[in-house]
Design a protein around this ligand. Structure first.
Ligand SMILES: NC(=O)c1ccc[n+]([C@@H]2O[C@H](COP(=O)([O-])OP(=O)(O)OC[C@H]3O[C@@H](n4cnc5c(N)ncnc54)[C@H](O)[C@@H]3O)[C@@H](O)[C@H]2O)c1
Ligand SMILES: [Fe+2]
Length: 385
């Protein structure tokens, strides 16, 4: 039997109002001049205003600093610029607030602060001592990516226009704050799309064949929480209980995918890299096709996912358990408005080979429940375009 590492190390503060505890944690972590990393949309929200009041608006530019230029689907510049700002202002920590994009950019900015000439495209070719990175505090305002508990940062590289994953244990946050008050202003469409990302993480990590029973349990409980809470959060953004459950479920999805992901994420990444499509929406539009593909080759794969969805799939055949679960997920996504096709979002068959080319090279499907060939990706994309 090969050796495996099980790792659940992130300190997480959860609850409505948790953000108000931030100053005490800055002191505990020895952070005196933090750089706040976010995006241009978020700075206009109540979530950001709350952070500003907690940090003290008067201290902006004096005791804390702001980089608010992160793009959705961050590019190298979104990491390089805050990294340079950290050096210029002598920042000794990073607070990233926002969705997965600012969290990923802020997390990786510390690499650039330590090594300004880092070539992100050669991250793994040129190993470096990353110990002692400035501490990182992650405050998600979407409930989807779970980037806050992850050790990776997903950045679109300038040279290849592909999403690359920068993975290193030192990237892990020292503190995560899950405060449902910060997600109440997230519009219904983004709530649904980011929630679909979390659902995809739970389903793909549970069904990926790596041995990790702890993550399997977390993934299935994540499915249960999302199925129950996401429709409520979409219907009523002010439902703090639903918002809180979604924040925890999203973090659980990302804890679970330390196991790995699968074919759906490999289909989704090129859609963001080539068309700028939101990551969660891209997953939502590919999820059912990916599940059908896997179930056809590994019957019974989704029975426990069905149980987590509260379906009565015990005592039915494997094929039936899969069919019932997939029908449920299809309806669930449709009820949340995510039953469109890629062509409704500007993706046409003209892009098929470019999409297939990137999907084949994407690492996620290497851990899929069943192998996926270029021909399989071609057929899968045809099904959803
Ligand atoms: N590191 C990881 O483990 C990991 C995992 C999955 C996805 N990702 C990455 O995360 C990114 C996607 O993140 P995302 O889905 O959270 O979207 P995002 O961070 O790109 O944000 C989408 C939009 O939502 C807005 N927004 C965020 N919070 C808001 C709030 N509370 N109120 C109003 N508007 C708000 C933002 O301003 C932005 O315009 C992608 O780049 C993806 O590759 C990373
Ligand atoms: Fe994802």
């Amino acid at each position: 039997m090969s050796l495996t590492t099980f790792s659940f190390p992130t300190r997480t503060l959860f609850g409505a109002g948790a953000l108000r505890e931030l100053p005490a944690h800055l002191i505990r972590l020895g952070i005196h001049r933090p750089l706040v990393v976010t995006d241009g949309g978020l700075v206009r929200t109540d979530a950001f205003r709350l952070l500003e009041s907690v940090l003290g608006a008067a201290g902006k530019g004096q005791s804390w600093f702001l980089f608010d230029g992160v793009h959705p689907n961050p590019v190298e510049e979104d990491v390089r610029l805050p990294g340079a700002l950290m050096r210029e202002k002598g920042c000794d920590g990073v607070i990233a607030i926002g969705g997965g994009s600012p969290l990923d950019a802020g997390k990786a900015a510390r690499l650039l602060a330590k090594k300004p000439d880092l070539d992100m495209a050669r991250f793994y070719d040129e190993p470096h001592d990353w110990s002692g990175l400035a501490p990182f505090i992650a405050i998600p305002t979407t409930a989807g990516t779970g980037s806050e508990v992850g050790r990776s940062s997903v950045i679109t590289l300038d040279s290849t226009k592909r999403k690359a994953v920068l993975f290193h244990p030192e990237l892990l946050a020292k503190l995560v704050i899950l405060d449902p008050e910060l997600t109440v202003g997230l519009p219904p469409k983004l709530t649904a799309a980011t929630g679909a990302d979390a659902l995809t993480h739970c389903i793909e990590s549970y069904t990926c064949p790596a041995f990790h029973p702890m993550c399997d349990g977390i993934a299935l409980e994540g499915v249960r929480l999302i199925v129950e809470a996401l429709p409520r959060a979409v219907r009523n953004g002010g439902d703090l209980d639903a918002r809180g459950r979604m924040l925890v479920a999203a973090a659980m999805g990302a804890v679970a995918f330390q196991k790995d992901l699968g074919v759906v994420h490999s289909m989704a990444h090129p859609l963001s890299a080539l068309f700028g499509m939101h990551h969660g929406l891209a997953n939502a539009l590919c999820l059912v096709a990916g599940m059908k593909f896997c179930a056809a080759r590994k019957p019974g794969l989704y029975r426990r996912v069905g149980i987590a969805c509260d379906l009565n799939v015990l005592g039915v055949s494997e094929a039936e358990a899969d069919a019932m679960t997939i029908a449920f997920v299809t309806r669930f996504l449709a009820d949340l408005g995510m039953n469109t096709r890629l062509r409704d979002h500007g993706v046409s068959l003209d892009a098929l080979e470019a999409l297939v080319g990137q999907a084949v090279d994407d690492p996620c499907h290497k851990s899929n429940a069943v192998p996926v060939s270029a021909e399989d990706f071609r057929a899968l994309y045809r099904e959803v375009i």
